[in-house]
Design a protein around this ligand. Structure first.
Ligand SMILES: Nc1ncnc2c1ncn2[C@@H]1O[C@H](COP(=O)(O)OP(=O)(O)OP(=O)(O)O)[C@@H](O)[C@H]1O
Length: 596
């Protein structure tokens, strides 16, 4: 929880005002019973109506002033907490943006969403309460104790007995509830995950008639969360009645002993009323603190989860600019300014991608996904990667964009290790079409422009033409301004793929990577697209990952992957001659005539 304080620093002035307002409110609240005692002892018993009016009027003014301070403090604390959580949410989001895929895998999307929404709301509520109660409760408590002693020291013995009893009750209840509150946040994660999976995979769920299974899965997560919440609330529900009981018994004790003292003429009735009020006020402040404690375990679990994300250092970071970055691997001892060198390298070679003895293992995986991979994809050439499912094709692609870092060896772009580029520079060289086409809510033009913010209409039209998407766009009612629904559900799989190809092409990059991007296209469109690519991006390095032999046959270099290793590299003809794995793939897809 203490990690939260730096986030409150910018609101120092508001916090200061809250403290002042609450201090004044508490003082006024402590003054009221005194006025009451005066009315009773000096007004009612002496039948001095004028005095009653005067002091009554003063009481009214004091009460109104207390309400004004309370409203002002309430407003300021809600505003401060809302702003604080806005900043925290912003920081969380921008920090998550720096994560590599590894950190995303580790936290899980559902959990990151819960942390950015529900967890932050918990903390915000806690801060609102804390800003008011943390100051008001101790003030009321200490003020109540002092005033009770001041009003009647003998009767205050009741208070001395009371406080340890209440402290014990609260401690017993909270030590039981804390673990349950922590579990509650984790169960919200699970519920979110089930919900999210079901909603994003709704088509699969429906087509496989798995609605009942999903309902059952959701019911279980829902029941589990409800169960834990109920158990926690049951324990907490005991708190208020027990405290009320203690409070009523103490009031009874005060009136009992106070009555005896009044009978013995050691105390006045007004003082007894004031004393009772002070004791109630201090008991009330304990109750306020306990309500806050009610929120602490949950909010502190939420805060821990938020800071767990904020404290995570992304595995993939840019090199310190002052370090020896941008050194070309093949000339490691050159001494020129590194940036100049970088520019030089980029000038000499435009988009060359080289894998040098690359091995890669996913964290926790038993065996490496890639082992000893070496090949070069040259600018102006098409390099194809073919292999069975799970052979490591997408993993290889991820290493070029540096979504993951290699375990051994190095991936070089224009002779510079990808780890030495600022990530933004590296990725601006690459137009990537991922395996799963992802579109965003917005128009078709917006989606293509995602690849290049300042793309002109002509550039967009040109990219769309190469991607063979013009025809279906022109058939849509609003053409380029047609809206894409969330997740791109209102366009077909092939259309989605073509739009995500256009998005990559509009970048006019040095390197284009198509990760199985032609699989949803029919053979004719696939062929047309590839010949358009050849014509329009002839100077760039084109890397095509594919399962279909017809897609890769014309490539200048075909790399055959099997279980994370290269089992052959060359042209179609060369591979037919000396790569049995390639021959097998070809035989399974093409007829004898086609092979010949
Ligand atoms: N995020 C991940 N965490 C752990 N293991 C992974 C992860 N992604 C892939 N793998 C594993 O790495 C291996 C290679 O996967 P990859 O996705 O690169 O294969 P692929 O050749 O692209 O397959 P496909 O053609 O089916 O897409 C597989 O065994 C897979 O289980």
């Amino acid at each position: 929880m203490k990690n939260l304080f730096p986030y409150l620093k910018p609101y120092r002035f508001s916090v200061f005002l809250i403290v002042v307002f609450i201090f004044l409110q508490s003082l006024l609240n402590l003054y009221l019973p005194q006025l009451m005692a005066h009315i009773v002892d000096q007004g009612v018993f002496t039948e001095n109506i004028g005095y009653i009016w005067r002091v009554g009027g003063l009481m009214l003014i004091v009460s109104i002033a207390a309400v004004v301070f309370s409203v002002a403090a309430g407003f300021l604390s809600s505003r401060t907490a809302a702003r604080f959580s806005k900043v925290l949410r912003g920081n969380l989001f921008s920090h998550v943006e720096t994560f590599s895929l590894h950190e995303f895998d580790e936290f899980g999307t559902a959990s990151l969403i819960t942390r950015a929404t529900n967890d932050i709301t918990q903390v915000q509520q806690m801060v609102t309460m804390m800003l008011r109660m943390m100051i008001m409760a101790p003030l009321n408590f200490i003020g109540g104790v002092i005033m009770a002693f001041y009003t009647n020291a003998h009767l205050s013995l009741v208070v001395v007995v009371l406080i340890p009893i209440i402290a014990l009750i609260i401690w017993a209840i909270f030590s039981k509830a804390a673990a349950l509150f922590k579990a509650m946040q984790q169960k919200i994660d699970v519920l979110n995950r089930v919900l999210r999976e079901n909603l994003t995979g709704i088509r699969v769920v429906r087509s496989f008639n798995r609605t009942d299974y999903e309902l059952d899965r959701f019911d279980r997560a829902n029941f589990d969360l409800t169960n834990t919440t109920t158990r926690a609330q049951k324990i907490m529900a005991g708190l208020m009645p027990i405290l009320m009981l203690v409070m009523n018994v103490s009031t009874l004790a005060i009136i009992w002993f106070g009555g005896i003292r009044i009978n013995n003429e050691q105390m006045q009735v007004g003082s007894l009323i004031a004393f009772t009020q002070y004791v109630l006020q201090l008991l009330f402040s304990i109750m306020m603190v306990s309500t806050m404690f009610f929120m602490i375990p949950r909010a502190s679990a939420a805060a821990n989860r938020i800071f767990e994300v904020l404290r995570t250092t992304p595995e993939i970071r840019d090199l310190d600019q002052s370090s020896d970055s941008f050194k070309r691997e093949d000339t490691p001892h050159r001494e020129e300014d590194s940036k100049e060198e970088h520019a030089l390298a980029a000038d000499e070679e435009r988009g060359k991608v080289e894998f040098r003895n690359v091995s890669f293992s996913y964290p926790g995986a038993e065996k490496p996904a890639l082992e000893d991979i070496s090949f070069t994809a040259e600018p102006g050439q098409v390099t194809a990667i073919i292999g069975g499912t799970g052979s490591g094709k997408s993993t290889m692609i991820s290493l070029i964009s540096r979504f993951y870092d290699v375990t051994e060896g190095s991936v070089l772009v224009d002779g510079v290790d990808v780890r030495e580029y600022p990530q933004v520079d590296l990725r601006s060289k690459i137009g990537l079409v991922p395996q799963r086409a992802i579109l965003f809510t917005g128009s078709i033009a917006d989606n293509v422009r995602f690849g290049k913010e300042d793309a002109t209409d002509d550039e967009i039209r040109h990219a769309v033409e190469i991607a063979q998407a013009s025809e279906f766009i022109s058939e849509m009612k609003d053409g380029f301004e047609s809206l894409i629904d969330q997740g791109g559900t209102n366009v077909s799989g092939g259309q989605k793929q073509r739009l995500s190809i256009a998005r990559a092409l509009v970048r006019q990059s040095q390197i284009y990577i198509f990760d199985d991007s032609f699989s949803a296209l029919d053979f004719k469109t696939d062929a047309k697209l590839r010949s358009a690519l050849k014509e329009h991006v002839s100077g760039s390095t084109v890397i095509i990952v594919a399962q279909r032999v017809t897609t890769v046959m014309d490539a200048d270099l075909i790399v055959v992957l099997e279980e994370g290793r290269i089992s052959g590299a060359g042209t179609h003809r060369q591979l037919l001659e000396d790569c049995p794995v390639y021959r097998e793939i070809v035989a399974s897809q093409l007829s004898e005539e086609e092979i010949a």
